[in-house]
Design a protein around this ligand. Structure first.
Ligand code: NAI
Ligand code: MG
Length: 358
């Protein structure tokens, strides 16, 4: 079967790292004989907005629905279009309309990357964060009462549905079950948030017997953040609500190095809609146009995409290739954010060549 991928480079360094992400995915596809087809789109960018007065064409959903995945760079140029317009008009529409209810991020300490935590080596930190991506604390239910008066009151409700909670937990349990350690950690705060968080915990407990081989524990979010920093080796798969997952999924990758290397998947596990794979970083207007952006986040996002399609060996090979180039740590290859004097091209080409060695 040929898998169809919509390529959306977006803005800033998104357009600079995309060619190297694509080259690496194509290299892995070549070695493993995977049939992929790519089509590139110029929308979901501020340049498109300047031309058309909107971030997306009206028929974007119909157009993109035909693809098996979206490979996305980054969107946003605050000098040109306000961030809430560019982000809400594009990426957040994809997540919402394509019901990408899982946000998935690896936390993995790569060789050659300076770890901000003391005394850690590659292998010590290797876990996944699964974030609920559609409901929870990020609801639009609420409002302001008595605005401008002494009695001014603002309320915003958390929404948890059984379907919404169970589907993210199921994804996390399945992921944990597929890994050697088979260990799932749930983020909670049932000591302080006394309705929704005990509900979340009860759904974890209800699902646990169906995964008798998965070891489950839970921590309140406050101490959990401390454990991320102090004993990251404890974790295997961590699942959290929208807000807790949001916090953890920035903290986790931050514990393993530069923002330039982290990838992220916005996943619709049902396959009804395409999932989206992107680097965690944004368009980086401060360094755009210089060709120095770290392409690892983009390449690793492509690796996650192959994994998502079920091409385990190709994905493993791609990840190993990135690690090999990082481990060699050649000054002329490694980008500035990782302490070298290389650029996007030197690093991207090196990974592509490494993949092609087979
Ligand atoms: P950013 O991630 O673009 O940049 C933050 C800092 O990290 C900057 O100093 C940048 O130079 C550096 N950096 C980021 N990626 C790098 C890479 N690959 N290599 C080397 N250095 C890198 O976040 P910022 O500055 O807050 O946002 C800039 C724009 O990007 C805004 O419009 C924002 O809304 C948008 N954005 C978009 C995202 C997306 O498309 N998913 C995610 C985050 C921000
Ligand atoms: Mg965030």
């Amino acid at each position: 079967k040929t898998l169809r991928i919509a390529v959306i480079p977006g803005d800033g360094i998104g357009t600079e790292v995309m060619p190297y992400g694509l080259a690496c995915v194509k290299a892995a596809a070549k070695i493993y004989d995977i049939s992929l087809e790519f089509e590139e789109f110029d929308f979901a960018s501020c340049a498109y907005y300047q031309k058309h007065g909107k971030m997306l064409p009206d028929d974007w959903k119909e157009t993109l629905s035909k693809f098996d995945a979206l490979y996305f760079g980054a969107v946003g140029l605050p000098e040109v279009v306000p961030d809430h317009v560019s982000l809400w008009g594009s990426l957040l529409q994809f997540r919402r309309e394509f019901d990408q209810y899982i946000n998935l991020r690896p936390c993995r300490l790569m060789p050659g990357v300076r770890c901000p935590l003391a005394n850690r080596k590659p292998g010590d930190i290797d876990f996944w964060i699964v974030r609920e991506n559609t409901e929870g604390e990020y609801s639009s239910i609420g409002g302001t009462m008595f605005p401008g008066t002494e009695r001014e009151t603002v309320i915003q409700e958390t929404v948890m549905t059984r379907i919404g909670v169970d589907r993210v937990l199921k994804y996390a349990f399945d992921l944990a079950q597929s890994r050697p350690k088979k260990h799932l950690t749930s983020a909670t705060k049932s000591n302080g948030i006394s309705i929704t968080m005990p509900y979340w915990d009860s759904r974890v407990e209800a699902m646990s017997p169906s995964y008798s081989d998965v070891k489950v524990d839970k921590f309140h979010i406050d101490i959990l953040t401390a454990h991320f920093v102090q004993r990251p080796q404890h974790f295997d798969v961590v699942v959290g609500s929208n807000l807790f997952g949001d916090i953890l999924s920035d903290l986790g990758p931050a514990c393993t190095g530069t923002i330039g290397i982290a990838p992220s998947g916005n996943i619709n596990p049902t396959g009804k809609f395409p999932s989206l794979f992107e680097p965690v970083h944004g368009s980086a207007p401060d360094i755009m146009g210089k060709g120095i952006a770290n392409p690892v986040g983009m390449i690793w996002a492509g690796q996650m995409m192959l994994e998502h399609f079920g091409y385990k060996e190709a994905a493993a090979h791609m990840l190993k290739s990135v690690e090999n180039v990082l481990a060699r740590g050649e000054d002329s290859v490694v980008t500035a954010d990782m302490g070298g004097h290389g650029n996007t091209k030197s690093f991207g080409d090196a990974v592509e060549q490494e993949i092609l060695k087979g």
